[in-house]
Design a protein around this ligand. Structure first.
Ligand code: GDP
Ligand code: MN
Length: 398
């Protein structure tokens, strides 16, 4: 789960990392009020779970509270790389002298963490990494040893960061470990004209598998859906803000609430299968047939009709899906139960996209007969996995 910048900022602050004073606002007038409280001049920052906000016009300086209101009105509702801005952060401006980059990421291949740091942080870090990789230090961190003071000094020296940055490197490691994060990134970490080191932006990805032992995450990290701003006649060109988190996140939450394993991908074929192995190979076969999976959902073993209905509901709610492939090999899960689930789902879900079903294994004949009897015009059965994948790919990409 990715956090918003303002949530990352809170985590950093609770671990003793200096951050600018800030507050959030869901409405331009709240932004004005926040600016008044912060002393007038502020930075207005779009809160979306994507980078490059600065380059997209989602980070702007406002000279006074009235300007903060106008700027917030411009930024709220803005689309940044497919993410609608529902909330802004109003922050005290910082007089930047230097911008650095620091992060810790899990390096699965190396079985360790990686510290990545550069003295040339800021909005063009990707460019620096691409054109002058030597300007970006990459130092493995042994997970058992962690980032000690010596290690932090080593990372800072390798990246050309000032020695004062070492303290932040130690604390950032504590954020990673204590908060069960897979990624913590600060870009830019700045040195102010006065010599203070501050985390000006933060990106944190928490490890969902650790949710059980992170009670304080609760439901909080995903911001509650703010109400759409009231119509404001003084700003006729304000884009209408859509309430709620981006659809993929709310779908993942909905699936989790129903005990389903749902993963969002970026293609166009929705995939439902039973068992991780079968689902993984279904993704490959669909890709082999020239389409890309939009998501996948593992309904597991022993899936009931209700689980199937819930699963279809989730998959069909993904706007990227243009065809769905249900690939079930009946073992513990009997195919007739899966077919019943599909029929039940068709009662509640308004099917607008083609559904290709492949049932094999336990009670396959009975399952196929149930679907044949339902005779829904958008439901097709194909008996082989490869044939079903080919048909779903064809329907999705036509
Ligand atoms: P990102 O573009 O999504 O990574 O958003 P950032 O929070 O990193 O902001 C982008 C850029 O805006 C930073 O690299 C800074 O150069 C600039 N910026 C952000 N906050 C301040 C501030 O308080 N003062 C100044 N001078 N620049 C800022
Ligand atoms: Mn940034």
């Amino acid at each position: 789960m990715d956090l918003y910048e303002y949530q990352a900022r809170e985590l950093f602050k609770s671990h003793g990392i200096a951050v600018p004073d800030a507050t959030v606002a869901d409405h331009p007038r709240e932004a004005r009020r926040a600016a008044e409280l912060l002393g007038g001049r502020v930075v207005v920052k779009a809160q979306v779970k994507t980078g490059g906000r600065g380059k997209s016009g989602g980070v702007k300086l406002a000279a006074d509270p009235a300007a903060a209101e106008i700027t917030a009105r411009q930024i709220l509702g803005m689309d940044i790389k497919g993410h609608t801005v529902h909330r802004v952060m109003i922050a005290q401006p910082v007089d930047i002298q230097d911008e650095f980059y620091v992060s810790y990421v899990l390096d699965r291949a190396a079985g360790a963490f990686l510290a990545i740091a550069s003295a040339e942080g800021g909005m063009d870090i990707e460019g620096v990494a691409a054109t002058r990789p030597e300007a970006v230090a990459r130092i493995p961190v042994d997970p058992a040893e962690g980032v000690t003071e010596d290690k932090a000094a080593e990372i800072a020296a390798a990246a050309g960061l000032p020695p004062e940055a070492a303290d932040v490197l130690c604390r950032l490691w504590q954020v990673l470990v204590r908060e069960d994060a897979l990624l913590v990134e600060v870009n830019p970490l700045v040195r102010t004209a006065g010599g203070t080191i501050l985390a000006l932006d933060g990106k944190v990805t928490l490890d969902d598998n650790a949710a059980f032992r992170q009670a304080r995450w609760g439901e909080a990290p995903d911001a509650p859906a703010p109400a759409a701003p009231a119509p404001d006649t003084s700003a006729p060109d304000t884009p209408a803000a859509v309430a709620g988190p981006p659809p993929s996140e709310s779908l993942e939450a909905a699936a989790r609430a129903r005990g389903l394993n749902y993963v969002k991908l970026d293609g166009e074929v929705g995939i439902i299968g039973n068992g991780a192995g079968l689902v993984m190979s279904t993704l490959d076969v669909v890709a082999g047939r020239g389409a890309r999976p939009a998501n996948f959902l593992d309904i597991g073993g022993g899936a009931s009709a209700q689980v199937m209905a819930d699963g279809l509901d989730v998959i069909l709610s993904d706007p990227d899906v243009s065809a769905v492939l249900v690939n079930v090999f009946g073992g513990i899960t009997a195919c007739d139960a899966v077919a019943e689930g599909i029929v039940q789902a068709l009662e509640t879900v308004h099917l607008t996209k083609p559904l290709v079903v492949r049932l094999d294994g336990n009670n396959a004949a009975r399952g196929r007969a149930i679907l044949d009897a339902r005779a829904h015009p958008l439901v097709e059965q194909v008996t082989t996995m490869d044939g079903a994948a080919a048909r779903a790919a064809q329907l999705a990409t036509r």
